[in-house]
Design a protein around this ligand. Structure first.
Ligand SMILES: [Mg+2]
Length: 330
C-alpha cells in the first residue's frame, strides 16, 4: 500500500472512501492498448482509495487462489480483469460472501459485462463502476460436470452439445466483430451430425427424454451480439432457465432461430424452455461443453442448481436497470 496515494486520496476527497482498497485479479495474457495497472492505480487514487492489491492469474490457477487471497486481505471490492473465465473463478470465491465483484472486461466475449451494461470498451468507466457503481445481488448457478465432487459456477450460461461446438469453433475475432452471425456461421459449418438422446429432470422431477442437438442452462439472456438465447431471463429472480434445441430438417439452424424468435411458442417448435431451480441432464454420449462462452471440453452429465442472490456485484448507475434485473434499484 502506497502511503503517497493514501495521503493524496484522503486529501483529494475525504467524502469518498479513504482507506478503501480494491484487489485486482487480472489475466496478464489479455493484451490491452493502455497500461491497465497504471490506469487502475490512477482511478483508485483519484477516488481516495488506497493503492490496489495486484494479483495476476496463472496457467494452473486462473483466479481462485488470487480471489481467496483478496478476501483474506480484506479487499473492499475484488475486480476481475480479464474475460468470462476470470470472472467465473473470482465469482466462485466471492459467492456467499459480502465482498462485491467488479468487472474490468479485457479481450473479447465478456458476456456477463455485456448483460449488465458494464462498459466493455472503456476501461476507466469499468474501473469507476467497480469502485462506485450500484451494488446489486445476483444469482449464480452451480454446475457439477460428470462425476465431479466439486461444483463450478457460471453467471451467464452453460451448454452441452451443439452450442458448445459453436463456441469452440467460432473465430474469436469474428465473434467480437460480427456478433451472433459468427455463431450462425459456426452453426452451419457444424450442422452435420445426429441429434443425441438426452434425459432431463427438472427440479428433481421424473426424467423425460428428448433427441437434441443442444441443451443450455441460462442465468441471463444475451450472448455476443445481443442475441437473446433466453428471452426475458432475469439474473436475480432465483430461477434457472433451461432451453433445448432440436434443429429440424435441412434448415435446422434456421428452425432454431425461428424458435428463438417465437420464444419457443407454437407447434413443432425446435426450441423448448423450462424455468426451475435445478436441472439434471444426461446425454447418451459425451458432448461438447461450454460455460459463459468458453469451450471446456466434453461432458455427458450436468447437474445445475441456482444459488439465489449469492453474489454482490457492482454495475453502472443509470436511469434504468439492465433489463435482466427483476428488482428495482433500492
Ligand atoms: Mg434467472
Amino acid at each position: 500500500m502506497s502511503s503517497q496515494s493514501q495521503t493524496q486520496g484522503a486529501a483529494e476527497s475525504a467524502a469518498h472512501s479513504p482507506g478503501r482498497r480494491a484487489a485486482v485479479v487480472i489475466n496478464p495474457t489479455k493484451k490491452t492498448d493502455v497500461d491497465i495497472r497504471a490506469l487502475v492505480e490512477q482511478v483508485c487514487a483519484g477516488e481516495g482509495w488506497a493503492a490496489p492489491l495486484w494479483l495476476e492469474t496463472e496457467a494452473d490457477d486462473p483466479g481462485h487462489g488470487m480471489a481467496k487471497q483478496a478476501l483474506e486481505e480484506g479487499a473492499d471490492v475484488v475486480i476481475a480483469a480479464g474475460g468470462d473465465g476470470t470472472v467465473r473463478c473470482v465469482a466462485a470465491e466471492l459467492a456467499g460472501t459480502d465482498t462485491p465483484l467488479g468487472l474490468l472486461p479485457l479481450g473479447t466475449g465478456n458476456l456477463l459485462a455485456r448483460n449488465l451494461d458494464v462498459p466493455v470498451d472503456d476501461p476507466e468507466g469499468a474501473i469507476r463502476t467497480a469502485l462506485a457503481g450500484t451494488e446489486r445481488r445476483i444469482d449464480v448457478v452451480h454446475v457439477k460436470v460428470d462425476e465431479a465432487v466439486d461444483s463450478e459456477i457460471f453467471l451467464v450460461m452453460a451448454g452441452l452439445g451443439y452450442d458448445a461446438v459453436m463456441m469452440g469453433d467460432t473465430n474469436t475475432a469474428l465473434k467480437d466483430r460480427v456478433g451472433w452471425l459468427a455463431y450462425v456461421d459456426a452453426g452451419i459449418r457444424n450442422l452435420p451430425g445426429k441429434p443425441v438422446k438426452t434425459m432431463i429432470s427438472i427440479d428433481g422431477g421424473k426424467p423425460f427424454s428428448r433427441r437434441l442437438r443442444s441443451v443450455m442452462g441460462g442465468n441471463c439472456g444475451k450472448i455476443v451480439g445481443g442475441l437473446e438465447v433466453f428471452p426475458g431471463a432475469k439474473i436475480d429472480d432465483g430461477l434457472l432457465d433451461i432451453m433445448t434445441m432440436a434443429p429440424k430438417g435441412r434448415l435446422g439452424w434456421l428452425s432454431v432461430v425461428a424458435g428463438l424468435l417465437r420464444r419457443g411458442k407454437g407447434r413443432g417448435t425446435a426450441v423448448e424452455y423450462f424455468q426451475c431451480r435445478s436441472a439434471d441432464i444426461w446425454a447418451d454420449s459425451p458432448q461438447d461443453f461450454e460455460m459463459d462462452g468458453d469451450h471446456l471440453g466434453s461432458a455427458t452429465r450436468l447437474s445445475l442448481r441456482v444459488d439465489p442472490s449469492a453474489l454482490r456485484i457492482r454495475m453502472p448507475h443509470g436511469k434504468k436497470d439492465p433489463a435482466i434485473l427483476t428488482n428495482p434499484e433500492p
